[in-house]
Design a protein around this ligand. Structure first.
Ligand SMILES: [Zn+2]
Length: 489
C-alpha cells in the first residue's frame, strides 16, 4: 500500500516498515484505541502540556501506539477530533524503538518493535482523504478483526482462579471473550484532591456493566473509565454484544467482595469480533439461553430458590448476621447464608402511605418498576403484542420489616410473596383491598411482638449494592422464650 499523497510529496509507509532511524514517517491507519489526555504543568515554561496516545493499525496482525505531545490546546484539539474507528494519516512522525518489550502497562501492548511520536510542530494527524474509499474501507474493516486469536482467551472462571479468592493485592491482566449481560447507568465520581489542578476535566465518569460467558452465567463486573469507551458502550446490547477484551485488569474488590474487571490504560477491546472459528456464535447462543439480568431489583423479591424453613437451623443475633454478611466473619466463597433470629418486630408499616405490594411480569417473573405499567423487555413486549388479552403483571405482597434483638436491628428484611401470604394468612389480592382499620389490626399482630424468624441473607455482590434479607418463615413466640435466647449468646 505504498502510495503518494495528493501533494505527491509525502511518501506513505506500512507500519511494519518502521525503522528506529526514521524521523519523517507517514502512514494511513485505523485508530482502535485512544487514551484520555494526560496533562501536566511544564515547570520550564509555566504552561500546561500534555500527551494523548492513539493505538493504531493498518494490517490484521500488527498494532502500535502513536503518542501526540504538545500544548494543552493541541492535545485537547486532537482529543476532540480523533475517535476510535477513524481512518487517519499520521504525517511526519518520529519512529521510536520500544526499549523493553514487556514494559509497564501504561498503554496497549504493541506487536511491533517500534512506536510513533508526533510532537506539536513536527508532524501531525489529519483525517484520511475521504475520496480514497478503497483505503478507508479496507482499514475500517479491521475494527472488528482482533489481532490476537480468540482461542487464546481464558474463560471467566479460569481468570478468577488465577487471582485466587483472597489475593487482595494482586492484579492480573487477561484476555477474555465475553458477552454483555447488563449495563448500569453512567455514574459520576468526584476526583481525588491530588488531581484537582486538572480543573476543567470535570467529574470522572464510570460505566459498570456485567459481562458473562458459559463458565460464569452469573457474570462479573466490568468498569469502564474512558470517555471514549463509555460513549461507544451506549450502543452495546445485553445478551447481543460480544467483547474481546485484551489485557483487561482482574483484581479482587474489597467493596464487592469478589473479583472484578477494570478497563485499564493497557486494555484493548474489540466489539463484536469477526474471527474464524465458532467462539462468538457459541457465546451468543449461550447468551440467548439465559434469562435477562438486571441490577439490584430482581433479587429483592426473588423467592424462586428459597431453602425450606426446616433447613434453616443456625441461630444468630442481628450483629452476627451483619458481621457474616459484610464484616469480619464474611466468607467470600459463598454469596448467601441462612439464620434463625429471635427478635421483636420493630417496624411493620402496612397502614398509611407506604407501598406494600409490587408488580411482577407474568412472562419473565421480573419486578416491574413502580413507574412503569408493564415489563419493558423486548421479549415480553413481543409476547404481549401476540397474546393481547392476558394479564401482563401480577401483584405480590412486598413489605419491609425490621427485626430487633439485644444486639441491634436488621433493617433490610423483606416479607414477600407466598411467604407473606402464609405468615399473614391473606392473599395478595385481598391484602390490597383491606380497609385502613383492618390493616391497623393486622399490623398490631406483628409490631412489637416476639418472633422466631428464619432468614435467607444474600450478600453484596457485583449485581447487588446492598445485602438482601428474605423472610423464609416466622412464628410468634412468648416473651419467656425470647428471654431464654439471651443466655444463648
Ligand atoms: Zn417481562
Amino acid at each position: 500500500m505504498v502510495k503518494m499523497s495528493k501533494s505527491q510529496k509525502t511518501r506513505y509507509f506500512r507500519l511494519v516498515e518502521m525503522q528506529p532511524t526514521m524521523t519523517n514517517f507517514s502512514a494511513a491507519v485505523l485508530i482502535i484505541s485512544k487514551s484520555s489526555p494526560n496533562l501536566f504543568l511544564d515547570k520550564l515554561s509555566g504552561s500546561e502540556r500534555g500527551v494523548i496516545t492513539l493505538t493504531v493499525r493498518d494490517s490484521i496482525s500488527h498494532i502500535t501506539n502513536c503518542k501526540c505531545w504538545g500544548q494543552k490546546s493541541f492535545v485537547d484539539k486532537y482529543n476532540a477530533m480523533l475517535h476510535i474507528g477513524d481512518v487517519v494519516d499520521i504525517v511526519g512522525a518520529k519512529v521510536m524503538s520500544l526499549s523493553t518489550p514487556g514494559e509497564p502497562r501504561y498503554q496497549p501492548q504493541a506487536t511491533l518493535s517500534c512506536t510513533l511520536t508526533v510532537n506539536e510542530g513536527h508532524g501531525h494527524i489529519v483525517r484520511h482523504d475521504s475520496d480514497d474509499l478503497p483505503t478507508i474501507e479496507t482499514l475500517q474493516q479491521l475494527i472488528h478483526k482482533p489481532h490476537k486469536p480468540l482461542g487464546s482467551t481464558l474463560n471467566l472462571v479460569e481468570a478468577c482462579l488465577g487471582i485466587g479468592l483472597h489475593e487482595r493485592n494482586l492484579n492480573a491482566y487477561v484476555d477474555l471473550l465475553v458477552v454483555v449481560a447488563a449495563v448500569r447507568p453512567v455514574r459520576e465520581l468526584k476526583r481525588k484532591l491530588s488531581q484537582s489542578y486538572k480543573k476543567d476535566n470535570g467529574p470522572l465518569q464510570c460505566l459498570e456493566l456485567i459481562v458473562m460467558d458459559a463458565s460464569c452465567p452469573n457474570g462479573i463486573l466490568l468498569s469502564l473509565w474512558h470517555a471514549e469507551w463509555i460513549r461507544r458502550a451506549k450502543h452495546w446490547q445485553p445478551r447481543k454484544t460480544v467483547l474481546h477484551l485484551i489485557d483487561v485488569r482482574i483484581s479482587y474488590s474489597d467493596y464487592y467482595r469478589c473479583p472484578v474487571l477494570n478497563h485499564a490504560n493497557c486494555t484493548l477491546l474489540y466489539e463484536d469480533p469477526q474471527a474464524a472459528g465458532g467462539d462468538c456464535d457459541a457465546l451468543l447462543s449461550f447468551a440467548a439461553s439465559v434469562l435477562p439480568m438486571s441490577f439490584d431489583q430482581s433479587d429483592q423479591s426473588d423467592l424462586a430458590d428459597l431453602p425450606t424453613a426446616c433447613q434453616i437451623q443456625t441461630k444468630m443475633t442481628t450483629k452476627q448476621i451483619y458481621s457474616r454478611a459484610e464484616g469480619e466473619l464474611s466468607n467470600a466463597a459463598t454469596d448467601r447464608f441462612t439464620a434463625v433470629l429471635y427478635c421483636m418486630v420493630s417496624k411493620f408499616d402496612i397502614d398509611g402511605y407506604s407501598m406494600n405490594t409490587s408488580k411482577k411480569c407474568t412472562t419473565c417473573q421480573n419486578l416491574v418498576p413502580r413507574n412503569q405499567s408493564d415489563c419493558v423487555r423486548e421479549e415480553c413486549q413481543l409476547l404481549f403484542s401476540l397474546e393481547s388479552n392476558g394479564p401482563r403483571h401480577s401483584s405480590f405482597i412486598n413489605i419491609n420489616i425490621q427485626l430487633s434483638d439485644q444486639t441491634g436491628t436488621l433493617v433490610e428484611s423483606r416479607l414477600s410473596g407466598h411467604v407473606a401470604e402464609r405468615v399473614m394468612g391473606i392473599k395478595a389480592s385481598d391484602f390490597q383491598r383491606l380497609s385502613e382499620g383492618a390493616k391497623i389490626e393486622l399490623k398490631w399482630r406483628f409490631l412489637l411482638k416476639y418472633f422466631e424468624v428464619k432468614l435467607l441473607i444474600k450478600k453484596q455482590s457485583a449485581m447487588r449494592k446492598n445485602i438482601v434479607v428474605l423472610v423464609v418463615d416466622m412464628q410468634a413466640i412468648p416473651l419467656n422464650k425470647m428471654i431464654d435466647t439471651f443466655s444463648v449468646f
